[in-house]
Design a protein around this ligand. Structure first.
Ligand code: BES
Ligand code: MN
Ligand code: ZN
Length: 498
C-alpha cells in the first residue's frame, strides 16, 4: 500500500472515500461540522438515530451523492476525545481499511489523525490502514488484492500543526511491509513453507538488505550435536535447518541482541498426534521464525545502529516410521539430556538447541518468540502474549514496547519450583510437564538453555493467529512480534544515539 501525506481540504478533496474521525458526541472533531453541513445534516442525524455512536471500533460508510467531491464519507468512531490513544486510532484505521476492502475501494483520503492534538496519531493511522487492508492472496486466482485498497493520503489541513519528521512515513512503511511479509510466511501453507523454503526466504531477505545468512543443514546439525532439533525433524520428508542471520548496524564492537524464533513449519504433534479438528492451523507454528525474519527485515531497512543475530530452527513435526517416540532420550547441543515424553512438545526441543547456539554470539540479550503452548491461549486468550524471563529490566522494556505498539505482553512467573514438573526418571529433563502451568513449565525448560544471559521468552500461541478478523488484524496471520520488537529495538537505538 502506498502512503502519502499532503496538504488538503476535506471540502474540495476528490477521492472515492474520505475517512473522518468522530467522537462520542457529534461535532466534536475537526471538520465534522463542515462535512455535516455539506451533507445536509446526515452525520448529526446518524448520531440522533443511534445508527452511529462514535464509540471506538465503530465504522460507517455513507455515500455523498455529489454533495462533496469525495464520493463517500467513512465515519470512524474514536470515542471520548480526552481518551484518544494511538492504539484507538490504529484500530479505527484498521476498521476503516477492512470496510474499504469489503467495498473494493482502491484509494482513500483520511483526516483520522487530526482528531486530537497528540503525537503519533498520523503514524498510527497509517499503520492501521496498511495492516487492516492486508490479505494473503497468493492462491486466489480470481479475487486478488490488486483491486483493493492501494493508496491512502493523509490530509494535512493546517489545523493539525504537528511536527512531522520527514522520514516517519517511510519508517511506518518499512515496518508495515515487514509485518505483511511476516504474515504472508505464516499464512503460507505447509506444503509451500517447508524448512528449506523458509531458509531460502531468509537468504533472500539477507541478500536484499545486506545481512549475512548462514544455513546449516542436516550433516552440520549432526556434527554440531543438535540432537533435539534433529529428533523433532526426523519423522519428516523435509529435513530440518538452522538459519543464522546477522545484521551489523554499528561497528563499535557492541554485542548483538539475539532473536530466536520457533520455526515448526507444520505441527501434527508427531507420534503424540494432535486431534484432526483444526489441525490445519498448525501451519502457523513457525510464526516465531516469521517474526524474527520480519523484525530483521525492518531493522535492516531502517538501518538501526545496533547489532542483531537471528537464530531460527526449522523443522516439520510429523509421525512416520523414523519419527521420534514418547520415551526416546536425546542429547541436546548443551549436553543436557532430555526424555521426550510427548512428541507434541516439540517447540521447546528445537528452541533449546537454538538458544544454546545463540550463546556463541555472546549476545547482550536473548529474546525468543514461539507459538509454544495451548495453555497460553487458555490463560491469556488472544489479547496478550505470555512473557517470562530472567531479567527484570529487559522484561520491563519489552512490556513497555508492548503497550506502545499495541502488541501487549503479560508476565508469568518462572519460579524454580516449577522445575519439579520437568524432572525425568532417566534423563536430566523431560520435555512435557503435564497439564498444570503448561506455559510456565515450557518457559522453565527453555531457561535451562540460556546460561547466565539476559533472556525473555514470548509465547505467541494466542496472538499469532486471528480467528475472526478485527480492527487492524484481518482474519489469519497477525505478524505479531515484528512491531513489538522493532519498537523495543528503536528504543535501544535511540539510547545509543543519545
Ligand atoms: N504448537 C503447539 C502449541 C500451539 C497451540 C500453538 C495452539 C498455537 C495454537 C505446541 O507445539 C504444542 O503442541 N504444545 C502442547 C504442549 C504439551 C504437549 C505439553 C500443547 O500446548 O498442548
Ligand atoms: Mn506441538
Ligand atoms: Zn508446536
Amino acid at each position: 500500500m502506498k502512503f502519502s501525506v499532503q496538504a488538503g481540504n476535506p471540502l474540495t478533496c476528490d477521492t472515492p472515500a474520505l475517512i473522518i474521525g468522530c467522537g462520542a458526541e457529534p461535532a466534536t472533531t475537526p471538520f465534522f461540522d463542515v462535512v455535516d453541513e455539506a451533507l445536509g445534516g446526515v452525520l448529526a442525524r446518524m448520531y440522533e438515530s443511534k445508527e452511529f455512536s462514535g464509540k471506538p471500533g465503530t465504522v460507517k460508510v455513507i455515500h455523498t451523492l455529489g454533495a462533496l467531491p469525495a464520493q463517500r464519507i467513512v465515519l470512524v468512531g474514536v470515542g471520548d476525545l480526552k481518551e484518544v490513544t494511538t492504539e484507538k486510532i490504529r484500530r479505527g484505521a484498521g476498521g476503516a481499511a477492512q470496510a474499504l476492502v469489503a467495498a473494493k475501494i482502491v484509494s482513500a483520503a483520511s483526516l483520522l489523525h487530526g482528531v486530537a492534538p497528540m503525537a503519533g496519531l498520523l503514524e498510527a493511522s497509517l499503520e492501521g490502514f496498511s495492516l487492516g487492508s492486508h490479505r494473503y492472496d497468493r492462491y486466489k486466482t480470481k479475487d486478488r488484492q490488486e483491486v483493493m485498497l492501494k493508496e491512502v493520503t493523509a490530509l494535512l489541513t493546517g489545523t493539525d500543526d504537528k511536527e512531522l519528521p520527514a522520514n516517519s512515513v517511510a519508517t511506518v512503511e518499512s515496518v508495515c511491509n515487514a509485518v505483511r511479509m511476516s504474515r504472508d510466511l505464516v499464512a503460507a501453507p505447509g506444503n509451500l513453507a517447508t524448512p528449506a523454503y523458509l531458509a531460502e526466504q531468509a537468504g533472500e531477505i539477507a541478500g536484499r538488505l545486506g545481512m549475512e545468512c548462514t544455513i546449516l543443514d542436516h550433516p552440520e546439525l549432526a556434527r554440531l550435536g543438535m540432537g533435539a532439533l534433529l529428533a523433532v525433524g526426523q519423522g519428516s520428508r523435509h529435513p530440518p535447518r538452522l538459519v543464522v542471520l546477522e545484521y551489523k548496524g554499528i561497528n563499535d564492537g557492541s554485542p548483538p541482541i539475539a532473536l530466536v524464533g520457533k520455526g515448526i513449519t507444520f505441527d501434527s504433534g508427531g507420534i503424540s498426534l494432535k486431534p484432526g479438528a483444526g489441525m490445519e492451523l498448525m501451519k502457523q507454528d513457525m510464526a516465531g521464525a516469521a517474526a524474527v525474519l520480519g523484525t530483521m527485515q525492518a531493522v535492516a531497512a531502517l538501518k538501526l545502529p545496533l547489532n542483531l543475530v537471528g537464530v531460527i530452527p526449522l523443522a516439520e513435526n510429523m509421525p512416520d516410521g523414523n519419527a521420534c517416540k514418547p520415551g526416546d532420550v536425546v542429547t541436546t547441543l548443551s549436553g543436557q539430556t532430555v526424555e521426550i515424553n510427548n512428541t507434541d512438545a516439540e517447540g521447546r526441543l528445537i528452541l533449546c538447541d537454538a538458544l544454546q547456539y545463540a550463546q556463541r554470539f555472546q549476545p547482550s540479550a536473548i529474546i525468543d518468540l514461539a507459538t509454544l503452548t495451548g495453555a497460553c491461549v487458555v490463560a491469556l486468550g488472544h489479547n496478550a502474549t505470555g512473557a517470562m524471563g530472567n531479567d527484570g529490566e529487559l522484561l520491563a522494556a519489552l512490556l513497555r514496547a508492548g503497550e506502545s505498539s499495541g502488541e501487549r505482553l503479560w508476565e508469568l512467573p518462572l519460579w524454580e519450583e516449577y522445575g519439579d514438573l520437568m524432572k525425568s526418571d532417566i534423563a536430566d529433563l523431560k520435555n512435557s510437564g503435564g497439564p498444570h502451568a503448561g506455559t510456565i513449565s515450557a518457559g522453565w525448560f527453555l531457561k535451562q538453555f540460556v546460561g547466565t544471559h539476559k533472556w525473555v521468552h514470548l509465547d505467541i500461541a494466542g496472538t499469532a493467529w486471528e480467528d475472526k478478523g478485527r480492527h487492524y488484524l484481518p482474519k489469519g496471520a497477525t505478524g505479531v512480534g515484528v512491531r513489538l520488537l522493532v519498537k523495543y529495538l528503536q528504543g535501544i537505538a535511540g539510547e545509543r544515539m543519545g
